[in-house]
Ligand binder design. Structure first.
Ligand code: AHR
Length: 518
């Protein structure tokens, strides 16, 4: 086994150098196969907002149609048209916020096409995702019904690319005006006398690309114009989300913020996909390493974008949102044809990727507002997969289970974790606490090295600990329709001795331990 503890560096990438001196030398001792970290219970980072575990559903492939929505007359078991099995799995996981209807689709979506009598909804071509004809049967009311069923808060992405401020203003009034206006009455006539109270409104999506191919200055001027018409109706104060960069793009953020000139959105959305060179279940070890290594760049980009925003006085009030992230592999055409556009299997590698991302969000909890993985069902790094739009089977992916393992962090306070190793494939650790409970999540992204973890609790003593692990030595292992439970969390032994916690962290694993501490 390689020496793991060989450099005095930290996985907490913030202020790494200044923290080095604080780690007692004996805790990060000589090189060995044991990987040591210090959990500093007294050093709080910030709240692990449940919103870090949010999701995204686009009219793309079989995500909405067939994945989430099968229609009331479908032979597939459904609740008022929503795929029953998917609803049950998502409810169990808990979906804090769900973003919709895109993606690229958002800037070509006209909300009126999705309300009223089904027969009157116009058929439109989905120009971004395969040119199929969209019948509009899943619109605003259907999306709100889904959010209610799974307990998610809705996040609507508005149309800036091909829409107008007036159109967006009307959509918000339609959703949120309690009563009295023509649009509120129309909503009531369409089945909901109660306002939808939608808080999150995206002002476009990827407007540097599919959302209009704009320069940051052009977009910022449009943002200013749209923002004038995004108003509060009833008691729902809208939370406006501006379009941020694709990856670590400083130029976009500077151009946007400079042109805003004092105005500011409530949130600013960055997208960061982790591209893959192979088909999901045929990754080479080298390509798996390559993809998983991208996560350090994601963490750096979060820190950098936060710093850039904070450089503007008004920027400090802006919540940084990562509303599209996840692995984007080379997708086999045959599978897309069979199951839907961008249908991608989630493997042990993807589960590890999810764990790396979720650990970053804990570690950077003070810099983030919300994160939405792309996408919830049947598209890219999805939580659930169905065998196409018409298939009855619905499996929970490794990514679903990685999210499940992180659920205990929600609503706790992230604490600093120090380690001696910060290479991209070093074990990744994050921790949070609330009252007597300390939750620690550990990810080993290496495909060829099992490690022993030794965690030293500073500022608390543990009485007992319980562990769960998601693990398979084959990075291409997945939950298929034939074998839906190949990779599922298992109980994992943890040894607790006062302030020392020890556990094995095999290659390619995501583990969470819950400590009862004093
Ligand atoms: O998630 C798939 C696509 O990726 C989205 O439509 C777009 O916003 C991004 O480029």
């Amino acid at each position: 086994m390689n020496a793991l503890v060989n450099r005095r560096r930290f996985i907490g990438r913030t202020a790494a150098l200044s923290l080095t001196a604080l780690v007692p030398r004996n805790l990060l001792a000589e090189a060995s196969s044991t990987y040591r970290v210090v959990l500093r219970t007294g050093s709080e980072i910030g709240l692990v907002k449940p919103e870090f575990h949010s999701h995204f559903a686009e009219h793309l492939g079989s995500c909405v149609y067939g994945g989430l929505w099968v229609g009331k007359n479908s032979p597939i078991p459904n609740i008022e048209g929503y795929r029953k099995q998917a609803i049950e799995y998502l409810k169990d996981l808990g979906v804090p916020v769900l973003r919709w209807p895109g993606g690229c689709y958002a800037d070509d979506y006209h909300w009126r096409d999705g309300i009223g009598a089904l027969k009157q909804r116009p058929k439109r071509v989905n120009i971004h995702w395969g040119g199929y004809v969209e019948d509009g049967s899943f619109g605003t009311h259907e999306f709100m019904g889904l959010c209610r069923l799974i307990g998610a808060e809705p996040y609507f992405a508005g149309n800036v690319g091909s829409g107008t401020p007036h159109e967006l203003q009307d959509w918000i009034e339609y959703c949120n005006m309690p009563s009295g206006s023509a649009l509120a009455e129309e909503r009531a006539k369409n089945g909901s006398a109660e306002p939808f109270r939608v808080r999150y409104w995206g002002i476009g999506n990827e407007n540097w690309g599919c959302g209009g191919d704009m320069r940051p200055e052009t977009y910022a001027n449009l943002y200013r114009q749209f923002a004038v018409y995004v108003r509060q109706y009833g008691d729902t104060k809208p939370f406006l989300i501006g379009c941020g960069p694709g990856g670590p793009d400083r130029r976009w953020t500077r151009g946007f913020m400079d042109t805003l000139d004092g105005r500011h959105p409530d949130g600013y959305s960055m997208h960061y996909y982790e591209g893959g060179a192979d088909r999901p279940t045929e990754f080479t070890a080298a390509h798996s390493d390559e993809q998983l290594s991208i996560f350090t760049k994601v963490e750096d980009a979060i820190i950098e974008q936060r710093t850039l925003l904070d450089g503007y006085r008004e920027g400090r009030k802006i919540g940084l949102i990562l509303d599209e992230w996840g692995v984007w592999d080379k997708i086999p055409e045959a599978e897309e044809k069979r199951y839907g556009k961008l249908w991608q299997q989630s493997t042990m590698r993807s589960g590890v990727a999810a764990g790396l991302g979720l650990n970053i969000f804990n570690r950077q909890a003070d810099k983030l507002y919300m994160c939405n993985i792309a996408q919830i069902v049947n598209v890219l790094q999805s939580l659930l997969l169905t065998d196409g739009a018409e298939g009855r089977d619905c499996v929970r992916t490794t990514t679903y289970y990685a999210f499940h393992l992180f659920k205990p962090h929600r609503g706790k306070t992230a604490i600093r974790v120090e380690s001696a190793e910060s290479s991209p494939l070093a074990p990744s650790v994050s921790a949070s606490k609330l009252a007597n409970e300390i939750v620690v999540s550990l990810v080993n992204p290496k495909h060829d090295e099992d490690v022993s973890m030794e965690c030293t609790l500073q500022g608390a003593t543990a009485k007992s600990g319980k562990g769960q692990i998601l693990h398979d030595t084959d990075w291409n292992a997945c939950n298929s329709f034939e074998n839906p439970n190949r990779v599922v969390p298992q109980p994992h032994p943890v040894s607790v001795d006062g302030n020392r916690i020890r556990l094995d962290l095999p290659r390619l694993s995501v583990a969470t331990i819950i400590l009862d501490a004093a």
